[in-house]
Design a protein around this ligand. Structure first.
Ligand SMILES: Nc1ncnc2c1ncn2[C@@H]1O[C@H](COP(=O)(O)OP(=O)(O)OP(=O)(O)O)[C@@H](O)[C@H]1O
Ligand SMILES: [Mg+2]
Length: 254
């Protein structure tokens, strides 16, 4: 079996105020898989991916990235893993769409011609071509999310973490984000998608992980996890909307 991209062993996080954010999490994420991380509000989804990407330190346990202890792999994580935050406003950096998307690849050292080509390709792919000079803050919510994805595409990240990518999006916005997810999946990128809206995306998932109150309660093939889903986890059974797990998307699946 391939080396896990991320390997978490007995990871816990206790905050200074005594709140246990996560307790004894064991998780391996493999290259190229599309993993859905589901759980109710406050279950620990965002915290877990912040720990995995080095934005928050675990209180206990070990995180490895491509086999290397996270502390020594932070540069590799920064180059390899793109993050789409829950609040897309919080990651706007540039004064224009063009500048915003160029920021990541410029930091990686790409120079003018290569940089421009990457930015143009990423904007095209995210459906933002033509908006190069637009101020990012005035984009719609869906466009802001696609802007964050464009930055990741321009960097050439091999893995993408999307935190609640469907929040506040209308049907059209959701289908646009799903189309990007479908394309990233077709390119065998590793995808970690945090959501509680399983009916929108479960059909794309190779694996479903359920968090509840900071504990990893289930991890397996989507259909099997849904078949044994405990209602007390607070995750809505997507089959309340669609009869079959394979139908759970607002876009035709791959
Ligand atoms: N700095 C902090 N101090 C204390 N508790 C915190 C801190 N940051 C996060 N927490 C707690 O950790 C828990 C997990 O939060 P997290 O943001 O990961 O949840 P989530 O599953 O992403 O929820 P949501 O669906 O609302 O985004 C919550 O109970 C939260 O209140
Ligand atoms: Mg969250």
């Amino acid at each position: 079996m391939a080396e896990p991209l991320f390997l978490l062993q007995n990871v816990s996080k206790v905050f200074p105020n005594g709140t246990a954010g996560l307790s004894r999490i064991n998780l391996a994420v493999f290259p190229g898989e599309c993993l859905l991380l589901a759980g109710s509000n406050g279950s620990g989804k965002t915290l877990l991916t912040r720990i995995m990407t080095g934005l928050v330190h675990a209180s206990e346990g070990e995180v490895r990235f491509q086999g290397v202890l996270l502390e020594k792999a932070l540069d590799a994580v920064r180059r390899t893993v793109g993050l789409v935050f829950q609040d897309p406003d919080s990651q706007i950096i540039g004064e224009t769409v063009q500048e915003d998307v160029a920021f990541g690849p410029a930091n990686l050292g790409f120079k003018k011609a290569a940089l421009e080509a990457r930015v143009a390709a990423a904007l095209e792919e995210s459906g933002l071509a033509g908006k190069e000079d637009f101020p990012p803050r005035r984009l719609s919510g869906g466009e802001k999310r696609r802007l964050a994805v464009a930055g990741i595409l321009a960097m050439g990240c091999e893995a993408v973490v999307m935190d609640e990518p469907f929040a506040n999006l209308d049907w059209h916005g959701v289908t646009q984000v799903l189309a990007i997810i479908r394309r990233l999946k077709a390119r065998k990128k590793t995808l970690i998608i945090l959501t509680h809206e399983l009916e929108k995306v479960l059909a794309f998932a190779d694996r479903l992980v359920i968090l509840h109150k900071g504990l990893l309660r289930d991890d397996g093939a989507p259909k099997e996890v849904i078949d044994r889903l405990d209602p007390s986890y607070g995750v809505r059974d997507p089959r309340a909307v669609y009869a079959d797990v394979a139908d759970c998307t607002w876009l035709p699946a791959v």
